[in-house]
Design a protein around this ligand. Structure first.
Ligand code: C2O
Ligand code: CU
Length: 579
C-alpha cells in the first residue's frame, strides 16, 4: 500500500469510528438497544483498526506518525475507556450509555477536525480547542438528554471547557513573526546582455481556438494555443516583447525552468508588475541553458495557464539533425492537446521527442514500438542513460522529459494517458500495465557534489484552515501557513542550500523553485543512485520526503511554489530571497 492509500484508509476509519460512536449514542438515547450495541461494537473495531494504519504509516516513514500517536490515539483511547465499560456492564437502561458513547464520538471527531482543518504543525492550542469542544458538546448532550449531572460534575466540565477554550484560542491566534516578503520593491532591470539575436512579439488576448473539432474560448498568445514555439541556439540573446491586448487580469511571461536573471522571471508583484491591457514589457536574456523548457503567464497563473497562455521554449546546442518534435501536453476546456500527429520517419534517423507537461497534474507517457533512452529531464542531460523498452514515464506538472531513439523499420507511437499523440505509423499497444521509470535510479551516478550545507530548510506541505485573510479559507499550506504569510527562505549568494520537502497531505504537490535547478539527494530516506538529477519540477506524493540541494547563485527574490496552480493560488507559494 502506498502512503497515500494508507492515509486515505486511516481517514476513512476515523470517520467510521466517529460516526459509529455518535450513531451508537443516538441509538441508545432512543432506547434502541441492539442497534446501539452494534454501532458501538463497529466503532470500537474501527478505532482499534486505526492502530494498524497508524503503525503502517510509521513503518512507511511517514513523518507525522508521532502526531497521530499524540493526538488521535489518546482521544480514541479516552473514547474506548469511557464508552467500553458501560457497554460491557450491559446496564438495565441502555440510555445511560448514551452520553459516554456520544463523548467517544465527539473525541474522535475532534481529533479528526484537528487533523483536517488545522494541519501542520499540530499545536497545543489546537489540541486544547479540541478538548474544549469535546467537553462542551458532551455537557450539552447531557443536558439535552435530561440526565442532570451532579453540580460538581457540571462545574468541573464548565471549568475544563472554558479553560481549554481560552488557552487554546490564545495559543492559536497569537501573532507570529511577520513574513516580510517585499511585494513593492523597485523591480530590477537586468536587460544588459547585449544585442538580441532574435526578436519576437507575443500578444496576449482572448481568442476562439479549434480543439478536436470544437470552438473553444481561450486566452492565447498571437491567437494560438499553445503560443508560438520559441527556439534558439545556445548563446543567442532572446528578446521577447509581451503585449496585452485584452486580458483584464494582466499577463506576464515566466520562463519555466530557465534560470534567467531575476528581473526577467515574470512574477507579478515580485519581479515586475503585471502587464495590463494596452501595456507591454520587454524581456531579454541570454539563452545559455540547452534543453526543453516552456513559458507561461504568471499573472493569475491558475486561470491564465489553463486558458492557454503558454508555449514551448527549446534551446539547442547546434542546428537540428534528424527529427526533433515537441509534445506540449495540455488540457483546454477539458479537451486534450496537442492533436494527434502521424509522420513517417525513415529507419536509422535519430528522433528526439520533447515531452512537456503544461497541466497542473501528472501525466503518464508511454513510447511503444522501439527501445529508447531518456536523454534529459527538465533540460539537463542525464549521465549514462540506458536503453528502456516497454517502460512508462510520469511527468509532473511543469516537467519535461526528452526521449531519444533511432527510427526503426516499424512504426512507433507515443501515448499520453493511453491516447496516441505522436506516431510514425499505425501502432496498437496496451501500455497501461507497463512499469514506470524511477529517475532516481536511472543512469550513472557522479561523485558527490557537496558534503556540507550552509543553509537547511524544511517545507511541510499540508492543508489547513487559514483565518488570516478577510475570509476564512481551506488553504494549501507550507509549515502550517498559507501565502502570503509563509516566511521566506533567506540565503546568501554562494550558499549551498539543502531543503527537505515533506508531504503531509493527501494530494500530490509538484514542487517548483524559480531561478535554480535543484539536485535530488534522496527520496523517502533512500539516496538517489542514478544520474545526477537537476530538476525544476518534481512530484512530492502523499507521505513523500524529498531532500534536494542547490547552490544559491542567482540573486533576487524567487517564487518557490506548488505547480498544481490552483494549489499555488490557494496558499502554496513562498519565496526564496537573498540577504
Ligand atoms: Cu511554471 Cu512559478 O511557474
Ligand atoms: Cu500542490
Amino acid at each position: 500500500m502506498t502512503t497515500g492509500s494508507l492515509l486515505a484508509a486511516d481517514l476513512v476509519l476515523a470517520v467510521l469510528a466517529a460516526a459509529g460512536w455518535l450513531g451508537g449514542g443516538a441509538a441508545s438515547a432512543a432506547r434502541r438497544r441492539p442497534l446501539a450495541l452494534g454501532l458501538a461494537a463497529f466503532a470500537l473495531l474501527a478505532t482499534l483498526a486505526r492502530a494498524i494504519t497508524i503503525a503502517a504509516l510509521a513503518r512507511a516513514g511517514w513523518w507525522f506518525a508521532a502526531e497521530k500517536v499524540l493526538v488521535a490515539a489518546p482521544l480514541s483511547l479516552a473514547a474506548v475507556a469511557v464508552a467500553g465499560p458501560r457497554l460491557l456492564r450491559a446496564p438495565g437502561d441502555i440510555r445511560s450509555a448514551a452520553v459516554p458513547l456520544l463523548f467517544a464520538g465527539y473525541a474522535v471527531g475532534g481529533g479528526l477536525l484537528v487533523t483536517v482543518l488545522h494541519g501542520y504543525p499540530v499545536s497545543a492550542g489546537a489540541g486544547l480547542l479540541a478538548v474544549a469542544g469535546t467537553v462542551a458538546a458532551t455537557a450539552m448532550s447531557w443536558r439535552v438528554l435530561g440526565r442532570r449531572p451532579t453540580r460538581t460534575v457540571s462545574r468541573a466540565a464548565l471549568v475544563v471547557a472554558v479553560a481549554a477554550l481560552v488557552t487554546g484560542t490564545g495559543l492559536t491566534v497569537a501573532p507570529n513573526a511577520a513574513p516580510g516578503v517585499p511585494h513593492d520593491h523597485e523591480y530590477r532591470d537586468a536587460r544588459t546582455v547585449g544585442e538580441p539575436t532574435g526578436r519576437v512579439t507575443l500578444t496576449a488576448g482572448t481568442a476562439t481556438v479549434r480543439v478536436s473539432g470544437r470552438d473553444v474560448a481561450a486566452w492565447a498568445f498571437n491567437g494560438q494555443v499553445p503560443g508560438p514555439e520559441l527556439t534558439a541556439t545556445v548563446g543567442d540573446v532572446l528578446e521577447v516583447t509581451l503585449r496585452n491586448r485584452d486580458i483584464a487580469r494582466g499577463v506576464t511571461l515566466h520562463w519555466h525552468g530557465y534560470d534567467v536573471p531575476n528581473g526577467q522571471d515574470g512574477v507579478p508583484g515580485v519581479t515586475q508588475a503585471a502587464v495590463l491591457p494596452g501595456q507591454e514589457f520587454v524581456y531579454r536574456f541570454r539563452a545559455d541553458q540547452v534543453g526543453t523548457y516552456w513559458y507561461h503567464t504568471h499573472a493569475v497563473s491558475d486561470v491564465g495557464v489553463r486558458m492557454g497562455l503558454y508555449g514551448v521554449l527549446v534551446v539547442r546546442p547546434a542546428p537540428v539533425t534528424g527529427v526533433d518534435v515537441t509534445v506540449p501536453v495540455h488540457t483546454l476546456a477539458g479537451l486534450p492537446l496537442p492533436a494527434p500527429r502521424t509522420e513517417p520517419v525513415e529507419a536509422g534517423v535519430p528522433v528526439r521527442l520533447r515531452l512537456i507537461n503544461t497541466d497542473s497534474t501528472t501525466h503518464r507517457y508511454a513510447l511503444a514500438g522501439t527501445p529508447f533512452r531518456v536523454a534529459a529531464i527538465d533540460g539537463s542531460d542525464l549521465r549514462g542513460s540506458t536503453s528502456l523498452v516497454d517502460t512508462a514515464v510520469l511527468i509532473p506538472a511543469g516537467g519535461r522529459y526528452d526521449l531519444v531513439f533511432t527510427g526503426p523499420a516499424t512504426p512507433v507511437a507515443l501515448f499520453v494517458d493511453g491516447r496516441a499523440v505522436y506516431s510514425t505509423g499505425p501502432v496498437t499497444a496496451a501500455t497501461g500495465t507497463w512499469p514506470v521509470l524511477d529517475p532516481l535510479t536511472y543512469g550513472v551516478a557522479a561523485p558527490v557534489r557537496w558534503s556540507r550545507y550552509d543553509k537547511e530548510f524544511t517545507l511541510v506541505l499540508d492543508r489547513g484552515l487559514d483565518l488570516s485573510g478577510l475570509l476564512p479559507r481551506y488553504a494549501h499550506t507550507v509549515n502550517g501557513a498559507a501565502a502570503p504569510d509563509i516566511p521566506p527562505q533567506v540565503v546568501r549568494l554562494g550558499d549551498i542550500v539543502r531543503f527537505t520537502i515533506v508531504n503531509r497531505s493527501t494530494a500530490v504537490h509538484p514542487w517548483h523553485l524559480h531561478g535554480h535547478h535543484v539536485l535530488v539527494l534522496s527520496r523517502d530516506g533512500r539516496p538517489a543512485t542514478g544520474s545526477p538529477l537537476w530538476l525544476d519540477s518534481f512530484d512530492v506524493r502523499p507521505g513523500d520526503v524529498w531532500e534536494v540541494a542547490f547552490r544559491a547563485d542567482n540573486p533576487g527574490t524567487w517564487a518557490n511554489h506548488c505547480h498544481n496552480l490552483p494549489h499555488a493560488d490557494a496558499g502554496m507559494t513562498l519565496h526564496l530571497m537573498y540577504s
